[in-house]
Design a binder for this molecule. Structure first.
Ligand code: AMP
Length: 351
């Protein structure tokens, strides 16, 4: 626990129906989004002089699903450092002891919009292919650390107006209890690969299916596999009929722009139900539509080292989760006090 922590370091502000109690360095909080874990605000960091995103995790240890997700996210955000994965700038809790511990705040670099907000824009092929390239680089980097996402969707991908892109989260844990949440939050499954929805075995190119759904949506302007937000048999029924796959691809016929044949070719290789016939991440990165952007420093970055070898398998009682998460927050606070955590925006962010 940090001895020096006192109430005067924090202030409280009402955001939507939640109270944010944040370090005074973070000012002008404005809500910009909400997800399964809670509300996200934009804020101005008066120490670094930059805009940031502040995400509040309310009582992240309240049940198994929240706890596992929060702990995994915290550990992975600390370990992963890649330009296409969101980077963590700060972590804190306003509570002063494990007994009082309630909420965690994650401070991240601020992006302009999530991909849902980009879906309705007309994208030229330069932008479209660059967005896809960056998604693939981020995904490949996660794969290199053994993290297979399985839940990529437009709301978990954020972009800036300069067309840079970052993945916001780390998807499903290998042993996640994914269908049950104690919140009214609806889990979107439109982008999940058939093998995930059916609970079958999967390999890395499970994430390619999601990229294909997102690409199709960027082209078409709306969700392409609406019918797949179901479970079990309904999914196979909707996917097995060739009409459904064709209808999802038919719109491409009217897509008359330069090099659209390359885009069409890539999309048709990503949206393949059989994973053994679906294109791999490496093949997609080398596809003519994408490879123009290829830079080994981005596409072949050294894998992150994950310091918790049991990360995916952990099962704990609520009190143990509370302590584990609290320790992670304290570890960050200690390291930042000792100057181990960077307190300047990284070179990557300044680009
Ligand atoms: P999450 O709770 O991480 O699923 O985020 C919910 C929403 O908040 C996202 O869909 C984004 O619209 C927004 N958001 C989260 N983090 C950021 C960020 N670092 N920059 C910009 N928007 C963000």
């Amino acid at each position: 626990m940090s001895d020096s922590k006192c109430d005067s370091q924090f202030y409280s502000v009402q955001v939507a129906d939640s109270t944010f109690t944040v370090l005074k360095r973070y000012q002008q909080l404005k809500p910009i989004g909400s997800g399964a874990q809670g509300i996200v605000c934009a804020a101005f960091d008066t120490v670094l002089g930059i805009n940031v995103a502040v995400k509040k995790l309310s009582r992240p240890f309240q049940n198994q699903t929240h706890a596992k997700r929060a702990y995994r996210e915290l550990v992975l955000l600390k370990c992963v450092n890649h330009k296409n994965i969101i980077s963590l700038l700060n972590v804190f809790t306003p509570q002063k002891s494990l007994e009082e511990f309630q909420d965690v705040y994650l401070v991240m670099e601020l992006m302009d919009a999530n991909l849902c907000q980009v879906i309705h824009m007309e994208l030229d092929h330069e932008r479209m292919s660059y967005l896809l390239y960056q998604m693939l680089c981020g995904i490949k980097h996660l794969h290199s650390a053994g993290i297979i996402h399985r839940d990529l969707k437009p709301s978990n991908i954020v972009v800036k107006s300069d067309c840079t892109l970052k993945i916001l989260d780390f998807g499903l844990a290998r042993t996640a209890c994914t269908n049950f949440m104690m919140t009214p939050y609806v889990v979107t499954r439109y982008y999940r690969a058939p093998e995930v929805i059916l609970g079958m075995g999967y390999k890395e190119n499970v994430d390619i299916w999601s990229v294909g759904c997102i690409m199709g949506e960027l082209v078409k302007g709306c969700v392409i596999f609406q019918g797949t937000d179901h479970t079990g048999d309904e999914v196979m029924e909707s996917l097995e009929t060739p009409e459904n796959v064709f209808s999802a691809l038919l719109f491409m016929v009217s897509w008359e722009k330069s090099c659209s044949s390359q885009a069409r070719d890539l999309l048709s290789k990503m949206l393949v139900v059989d994973p053994d016939k679906r294109i791999s991440v490496d093949e997609a990165l080398r596809h003519p539509y994408i490879t123009v952007w290829y830079d080994p420093a981005e596409a072949e970055a050294p894998p992150p080292q994950i310091y918790d070898a049991q990360l995916e398998e952990r099962e704990h009682a609520i009190e143990e989760w509370k302590e584990l998460i609290y320790k992670e927050v304290m570890d960050w606070e200690e390291r930042s006090k000792n100057g181990v955590v960077k307190d300047q925006p990284s070179a990557q962010m300044q680009q």
